[in-house]
Design a protein around this ligand. Structure first.
Ligand SMILES: [Zn+2]
Ligand SMILES: [Zn+2]
Length: 310
C-alpha cells in the first residue's frame, strides 16, 4: 500500500537517522571530525566537553558506525570517520546553512567554526558561498512545495516509533542551553506527532480541526504539540475575527526542508540498503528526487572534498 504525503522523517522510518544524530554533542563531535580532529584530547580541547560525556558519545558513534576506533601501539587511539560518517557531509551542510540563516547564534560554548558567522568555501572556484539545494535531474532548486512523497507502509518497521520516542527522551535529558537551534530541529523531527503536524501544515492544513483531521491526533495532545512547535519558533498562530485561529509554519520551519531530505537520502543509503520505504518525486520535472548541493557562483555540484567550512 502506498499513500501520498509530503516528506516527513518518521513516515519514512528515517527516525532512525534521528536516533543516530539527534544529539547536540554527537553533531558537534561530527563537525570536529570533519575538520580532521581524531584524538580524544583534541576533541576535549576543541569542544570543551567533559571526559565522561565525550567518551560516552564516542562509544555510541562507534557503535552506530559513524566513527571507527583505531588503536596505535603505545600511542593514543584515533577516531576516524567511516564511509557512513563521511557521507553525512550533505546533512552537515544543510544544518550549517539553516543555522546561518535561522540559528540563534547564542551558543557561546560552540567553537568559532560552529557559529553562524562561519563561511562555506567552494574550493572549486574559491568563493564563499550560500549553496543551492537542487534537483539532480533538472537542476532546479527544490522546496517542500514542489515535491511529494509516496510512502510504502509495509516497509516501515514496527520499531520506528520506538526510535523516535527514545530520541525525544534523550533530547529532554540534554542541557537546556542546547535548545537554541539544532537540537530544537532534532526534537521537532524526532517526535512522530510533531513531524506529522509539520507535514499536514505543508499540505495547507491550518485550523485546529483541519490539523486534527489530517493527523488523527486527539485534541489534548494536539494543543500540547501546537504549543510546543510555537515555543520552538517553528509554527505561528494567527487569530481572525470570529475567533477563527490559524496555525502556519514559520519560514524557519520551511527552511528545514533540505535537512529533512538530506537525512532521508542518507538513511536510504545506509539504513535501508537502497530499498527506501519512501520515494520523493520532484513535481517540476516529474523525476524521482535525488537532490544535491550546487555552487551558486560557478554552478558546479558540490562534493564532500570540494567544500570547506572555515
Ligand atoms: Zn527536477
Ligand atoms: Zn563554485
Amino acid at each position: 500500500m502506498t499513500i501520498a504525503a509530503p516528506p516527513t522523517l518518521n513516515a519514512s522510518g528515517a527516525s532512525r537517522a534521528i536516533e543516530v544524530l539527534g544529539d547536540a554533542w554527537v553533531l558537534r563531535i561530527l563537525r570536529t571530525s570533519f575538520r580532521g580532529e581524531r584524538r580524544f584530547s583534541d576533541y576535549m580541547r576543541a569542544l570543551g566537553v567533559s571526559r565522561a560525556v565525550l567518551s560516552e558519545r564516542l562509544e555510541r558513534m562507534c557503535h552506530d558506525l559513524l566513527l571507527e576506533k583505531v588503536e596505535h601501539l603505545g600511542g593514543h587511539p584515533e577516531y576516524r570517520l567511516t564511509d557512513r560518517g563521511l557521507d553525512l557531509w550533505g546533512v552537515l551542510i544543510a544544518m550549517w546553512q539553516w543555522e546561518r540563516h535561522w540559528g540563534t547564534g547564542v551558543d557561546d560554548q560552540a567553537p568559532v567554526h560552529d557559529r553562524p558567522r562561519s563561511r562555506l568555501v567552494h574550493l572549486g572556484c574559491g568563493k564563499a558561498i550560500d549553496p543551492v539545494y537542487a534537483c539532480g535531474h533538472c537542476r532546479e532548486p527544490v522546496t517542500p512545495f514542489d515535491t511529494f512523497a509516496a510512502v510504502s507502509i509495509e516497509a516501515v518497521p514496527a520499531d520506528a516509533d520506538a526510535a523516535s520516542r527514545s530520541a525525544r527522551k534523550r533530547y529532554r535529558k540534554s542541557r537546556s542551553d542546547d535548545r537554541g537551534s539544532l537540537p530544537t530541529l532534532m526534537r521537532a523531527y524526532g517526535d512522530r506527532w510533531n513531524s506529522a503536524l509539520i507535514a499536514a501544515a505543508l499540505q495547507g492544513k491550518r485550523t485546529f480541526s483541519e490539523l486534527s483531521e489530517a493527523t488523527g491526533i486527539w485534541p489534548a495532545p494536539l494543543s500540547d504539540r501546537l504549543e510546543e512547535l510555537q515555543a520552538m519558533g517553528l509554527m505561528r498562530a494567527k487569530s481572525y475575527a470570529g475567533s477563527r485561529q490559524e496555525y502556519r509554519l514559520t519560514r524557519a520551519a520551511i527552511a528545514t526542508y533540505p535537512i529533512t531530505v538530506e537525512l532521508l537520502q542518507w538513511g536510504d543509503r545506509w539504513l535501508w540498503e537502497n530499498r527506501p520505504p519512501m520515494r520523493i518525486t520532484h513535481r517540476t520535472c516529474g523525476h524521482a528526487l535525488h537532490a544535491h548541493w550546487l555552487c551558486p557562483e560557478c554552478g558546479e555540484a558540490l562534493s564532500r572534498t570540494s567544500v570547506k567550512i572555515e
